[in-house]
Design a protein around this ligand. Structure first.
Ligand code: SAM
Ligand code: SF4
Length: 448
């Protein structure tokens, strides 16, 4: 029974938004290395930009993002000045390579005032070469939104808004310090649509303090009633050893592994009943949405924002803690906001760490991405892409299926498949291809 598996397989595993995962990044990769890699990109490489705004006007106690609370606007003004320096420097190196997608995340980019939305948007367009059909998405906290901001986002070219909901139950909201009504959320959805934004995403969480199966189902029903094109249903990652403010959460009120599984299952069933299609292990989309189309055609991808339909050759991270991925490796900027600002304004490098990809990393990264996106790994395709270097990974994939005692993975002719009952545990199957997992000491959050 799948519920028993939720208890048996309740071991920490990475989310595999990158491979190798972030704990394996090291200081040996620096700004000079990054800039060499940028220079080596082909002239027609498609570029995706990620811009990080590490500020919020209050801290939600569940939050695992890199952000800090600000009570005044001046720290944001100072940060944008440093960001401008980094944008100018990196834009000059990227040159005319086409930017096909831009995502502003955080923190809460929704804190920016209308003038800064326009200035920062223009700064990016001046520094980089935007493709005509560029996708522009932003993360919005409904509590920050005021009527003047919608027009500013639209004028900057916004095409998709991602709105945080988490859970609508007032008891859960009080326990996570995030009060946000359904009506308030609906107003934001309608306002964003009114300025012409065609695609919306809503984030939900399960596994929160005091959350129940009935409450998660009701939140899923309310979210679906707003008809966002996409819904992300994440499991709350409780990592107080990394995020001190999570210790404000009463651990006695947290659901156990079985209850978490039941909540995720019930919320997912509600979304499916409301016409959404399942995308990977934690996303949902309406059938016409580009994520659903990409999923059906085997063109789904995974990056630091989770599942995406965005097909780029290089992801460039801008801002404190931002992570980039180039064909040659990953880079991460300095995490501490003040230090980032100082380095950027002094014209020094802001890259703090990263990892150069070995050939084996590239094969495993590709294999893990296909497993988590398609729930299968085709050995012939892996061999066609990577030649003899695919063999150790194919051997590991075969071993994963042969050693599986739980019925979560099986071998079909020429491929490893994650079974239907194994889908909630897809990351556990993928971990079987992770060459670093046995040697590291990194701590991760729960599998489900
Ligand atoms: C940067 S935040 C959201 C943007 C915006 N600040 C907001 O809160 O609406 C992106 C999403 O990450 C998810 N998230 C944050 N902390 C998390 C955690 N500890 N575990 C799982 N998901 C988390 C939430 O669903 C959140 O909406
Ligand atoms: S969830 Fe969003 S609003 Fe809340 S602290 Fe995190 S980034 Fe800020």
């Amino acid at each position: 029974m799948t519920e028993e598996l939720a208890i048996k397989l309740n071991k920490p595993v990475p989310r595999y938004t990158s491979y190798p995962t972030a704990p394996h990044f090291h200081a040996g990769v620096d700004q000079a290395q990054y800039e060499t890699w940028l220079g080596e990109l082909p002239g027609d490489a498609r570029i995706s930009l990620y811009l990080h705004l590490p500020f919020c006007d209050r801290l939600c106690w569940f939050c695992g993002c890199h952000t800090k609370q600000v009570n005044r606007y001046s720290p944001i003004t100072a940060y944008l000045e440093a960001l401008a320096a980094e944008i100018g420097r990196i834009g000059a190196l990227v040159g005319t390579r086409p930017v096909t997608a831009v995502h502003w995340g955080g923190g809460s980019p929704s804190l920016l005032d209308a003038g800064d939305i326009a200035r920062t948007g223009q700064m990016l367009r001046d520094a980089f070469s935007f493709a005509p059909e560029v996708e522009f998405s932003v993360e919005l906290d409904p509590n920050d939104m005021s009527d003047d901001k919608y027009a500013a986002w639209a004028a900057a070219g916004l095409t998709r808004a991602s709105i945080g909901v988490q859970d609508f139950d007032p008891k859960v909201q009080a326990a996570i310090n995030r009060i946000q009504t359904y009506e308030q959320t609906r107003h934001v959805v309608e306002s964003v649509r009114a300025v012409g934004v065609r695609s919306l995403n809503i984030d939900m969480l399960y596994g929160l303090p005091h959350q129940t199966v009935a409450g998660a189902t009701e939140t899923a029903r309310q979210v679906a009633s707003l008809r966002p094109e996409r819904v992300a249903l994440f499991g709350y990652a409780h990592v107080p050893w990394m995020k001190k403010h999570q210790s404000m959460i009463d651990e006695k009120a947290l659901p156990d592994a079985l209850e978490r599984y039941r909540q995720s299952h019930a919320a997912a069933a509600e979304l499916l009943a409301q016409g959404y299609e399942r995308i990977g292990f934690d996303h949902f989309a309406l059938p016409h949405d580009s994520l659903a189309v990409a999923c059906r055609s085997g063109r789904l991808h995974r990056n630091f924002q989770g599942y995406t339909a965005d097909e780029h050759d290089a992801l460039i991270g801008l801002g404190a803690s931002a992570i980039g991925r180039l064909p040659q490796g990953y880079v991460q900027n300095t995490v501490a906001t003040h230090e980032y600002q100082r380095l950027a304004l002094e014209g020094r490098g802001v890259v703090a760490r990263g990892v150069a990809l070995t050939r084996d990393d590239c094969v495993r990264s590709y294999a893990i991405e296909r497993l988590l996106c398609d729930f299968r790994l085709d050995f012939a395709e892996l061999r066609a892409r990577f030649g003899a270097d695919a063999e150790p990974v194919v051997e590991d994939a075969v071993a994963v299926a042969l050693n599986d005692e739980h019925g979560i993975a099986r071998l079909l002719p020429g491929q490893l498949e994650i079974t239907d009952r194994g889908r909630p545990f897809a990351r556990t199957v993928a971990a079987g291809l992770d060459a670093y997992l046995q040697v590291g000491t990194a701590r991760y959050s729960q599998a489900v």
